[in-house]
Ligand binder design. Structure first.
Ligand code: GLA
Length: 741
């Protein structure tokens, strides 16, 4: 479809070069990526809405050249480079001892899985002068999630240092706002918004782990984009070490969004013939707000063969974790009593938390000594595991394999296995030196890059899993990796890979064992760790009010069946706030549900209510763990509405939550989005009971509250229903089913 009215001056960069390959056009689920090769360099022309079949002649889409600029149009390369005039954040920073600092990568080959309807491709670029080749893998999954990663090979005869290799994508000009997440311990995944101006917005994670403040999602979108409206471009880096994500708007007005591993000084110095592979960048585009971004991520998760949850027919068991019930006070009679009490409530998995291994009476000692403590457990763990299994529950165990206390047999035997900025002397050598990093929770990091340390940890975990009936590991990681080094060189990259290798090896040796990724709560929530674990612990904060935000935003990327979510004690241990059981339960339901509470101490009424809440979860978990997440753009900041709607539109579960006192006397009609407009539904209030005076504060409730109502999906989304007046920090659970279903 060349335009005959346009004449285009030949591009000096491509004159005389062979005919370039056809553009690469990946299209799936309303999203498209378009890469043009007509200049000899893979040029990122478009990432966003599907442009439909058939494209114009892309060579005619080259930008004009402004005054006082390079003489040819500037290409936004798949790896943006100064050699093409790109003056934004470079895609590659690397050198050979200071030389070969500016690469000029040019297309070598492109292969796509299906030329007519490609879903994945590999693009290879090379710069013979710099002696490097970069291979980029691209996959646009059926749900519209794009994956992109580079692998750089050193083809030269001397070492090549990679300082940064970033993955970027273009953002549409319509984007005017940035949104990302931040947080701290007990307050993970909170959103922050800012206008998109010229310049660079960078989120750096230097924690050596993903970080409590990590931007799980970095998004740019159109003005005021919300949960269900506006265009959004979003990225996530699947990596559990240091990283940066950024939005970069150059002086020429173009915006890119991207991310890269953040490397230490000379951390990646490639010997001739070796390569560096970046983590996967995951990216999504939505024409209808953040819910569309979640949909792309959820579809990817749920498409994995090993994905746990309703989709794969592996329902998530109701968990009891004993941490907030007993902490380090491990006594068999109490733990047995807890097991019996939990089983009676309907719990299906019992998790023994920190405190079971040698020398572990508090958090100052023992990490590294992964043997069952003989003094505390004279009969080993078997009496507890047998009882737990006898009650029909699976047994789970807490471990923190990457860490070591200086007060441990392991550290005494192998002081040189503790990671730090300089090599440490071996035991008994009398050697000096090897400064240690500052302690954090009284602990240090075990240098898993050291093959002997890695093997010791593997052998201990393998033995524990082989000798006991353990169905689940809560795999914790409780400190930042500050001054992380192996043999005197920065090693966050290698340590992260060693942890991945450890998990991969253990999982292949014990394929039935599920693993939870915990990191002082949610400091390691990313798709790198989630590729080898089965759920994340979103936060150490079990306060339902805090959890409303933590789970809502963690859930932007991670589907609820992978987000550990427990009913904590009546008065939260981390905030001292007191909440009714109904609010705690309604909050915990929208995740991988469990309890973290001393359930031996409940009165009969509370026990009955808790058993009923567990029953509700079991009834709705197939829906909760397979459906589409919807969040309303609720105008009243005191109210939040979210729900899960089945993909066939046949049923839904919503929660209306009041997080603060409202400016309004009554909530008015609250819209319930996401249902099939043409289907007639029956809606019922499920929990708490309509006469619950602690949850509701009205003289007269809305007429439908007691007994429910029938209405079409269209009516529920467009008109909404008058809601009861909720007291702050209370919620209402609504069940919706197609009439006649
Ligand atoms: C971390 C975890 C908690 C608990 C403790 C045990 O803080 O996040 O859930 O397991 O460790 O020490």
């Amino acid at each position: 479809m060349n335009n005959p009215d346009l004449t285009v001056a030949p591009d000096p960069r491509t004159a005389g070069t062979p005919t370039p390959p056809a553009p690469l056009y990946l299209r799936r689920a309303g999203t498209a990526l378009l890469i043009d090769f007509s200049t000899g360099e893979p040029a990122l022309l478009h990432f966003g809405a599907d442009l439909g079949p058939g494209l114009p002649d892309l060579a005619l889409l080259r930008d004009p050249v402004p005054h006082s600029a390079l003489d040819t149009p500037v290409t936004l390369g798949l790896i943006p480079q100064a050699s093409s005039g790109w003056r934004g954040r470079p895609g590659l920073r690397g050198h050979r001892n200071g030389r070969a600092f500016s690469a000029r990568l040019r297309l070598e080959s492109v292969t796509a899985d299906a030329p007519e309807d490609a879903g994945s491709a590999v693009v290879t670029q090379t710069d013979p002068d710099a002696g490097i080749t970069v291979r980029t893998e691209l996959r646009l999954n059926d749900g519209g999630l794009l994956q992109l990663r580079h692998s750089l090979a050193n083809d030269g005869v001397d070492p090549y240092t990679v300082e940064e290799l970033a993955a970027v994508l273009p953002v549409g000009r319509a984007a005017t706002e940035i949104l990302d997440l931040t947080g701290r311990w007990c307050r993970e995944s909170h959103p922050q918004r800012l206008p998109l101006h010229q310049g660079t917005w960078v989120r750096s994670g230097r924690h050596g782990r993903t970080g409590h403040d990590s931007s799980l999602l970095l998004a740019a979108g159109t003005s005021g984009f919300g949960y269900r409206h506006g265009q959004v471009w979003a990225v996530h880096l699947g990596w559990s070490g240091n990283h940066e994500s950024f939005v970069d708007t150059a002086a020429d007005g173009r915006t890119v969004i991207g991310a890269a591993e953040l490397l230490g000084s000379a951390e990646i110095t490639l010997a001739p013939g070796s390569r560096y592979e970046t983590p996967w960048l995951f990216a999504a585009y939505s024409a209808a707000g953040l819910d569309g971004i979640s949909e792309a991520f959820y579809a990817w998760f749920r498409g994995r063969p090993h994905h746990p949850g309703a989709v794969s027919g592996k329902p998530r068991p109701v968990v009891l974790n004993v941490w907030e019930a007993v902490y380090f006070d491990h006594r068999l009679p109490a733990l047995l009593e807890l097991a019996e009490s939990a089983a009676g409530l309907g719990v299906e998995r019992y998790v023994l938390d920190d405190g079971w291994f040698r020398g572990r009476r508090n958090d100052t000692a023992g990490l590294g000594d992964w043997y069952v403590d003989e003094e505390l457990w004279p009969g080993g763990l078997a009496p507890l595991i047998d009882a737990v299994n006898g009650h029909g529950m699976e047994f789970g165990l807490w471990v923190e394999p990457e860490m070591v206390n200086e007060d441990s047999d392991l550290a005494r035997a192998h002081p040189d296995w503790i990671a730090g900025p300089a090599p440490r002397p071996e035991a008994g050598t009398g050697g000096a030196g090897g400064r240690l990093p500052e302690r954090w929770r009284h602990q240090q990091v075990l240098d898993l890059v050291n093959p002997e340390a890695w093997q010791y940890i593997y052998d201990r975990l393998d033995a524990l899993l082989s000798e006991h009936r353990i169905g689940y590991l809560k795999w914790d990681q409780n400190r930042d990796l500050t001054e992380m080094g192996h043999a005197g060189r920065p090693s966050v990259h290698a340590q992260t890979q060693a942890v991945y290798r450890l998990l991969d090896a253990l999982r292949s040796a014990h394929p039935g064992v599920e693993v939870e990724s915990c990191s002082s709560g949610g400091a390691r929530v990313d798709l790198g760790i989630l590729e080898r674990t089965d759920r994340i612990w979103a936060s150490d904060c079990n306060d339902a009010l805090e959890r409303q935000t933590v789970q809502r935003w963690t859930g932007m990327v991670v589907p609820p069946e992978l987000v550990g979510s427990h009913i904590g004690p009546t008065t939260s241990h981390t905030t001292a706030r007191t909440h009714d059981l109904s609010f705690r339960a309604i909050t915990a339901l929208f995740g991988h549900f469990g309890l973290e509470w001393d359930v031996r101490r409940l009165d009969p009424a509370e026990r009955g209510e808790l058993a009923a809440a567990i029953g509700l979860f079991k009834e709705y978990r197939p829906l909760l763990h397979s459906g589409r997440m919807v969040r309303a753009d609720e105008p009243d900041p005191a109210l939040r509405l979210h729900g899960v709607v089945s993909h066939d539109g046949g049923e839904a579960l919503y929660a209306l939550v009041c997080v603060a006192t409202s400016f309004a006397e009554i909530p008015g009609r609250v819209c319930l989005p996401g249902l099939d407009p043409d289907v007639r539904y029956r809606l019922e209030a499920l929990y708490p009971a309509p006469d619950d005076r602690r949850a509701f504060k009205h003289a007269l409730p809305p007429a439908w509250l007691d007994g429910g109502i029938e209405a079409s999906g269209r009516f529920l989304a467009a008109s909404g229903l008058p809601m009861p007046v909720l007291n702050p920090e209370h919620g209402l659970l609504l069940g919706v089913r197609r009439v006649g279903a």
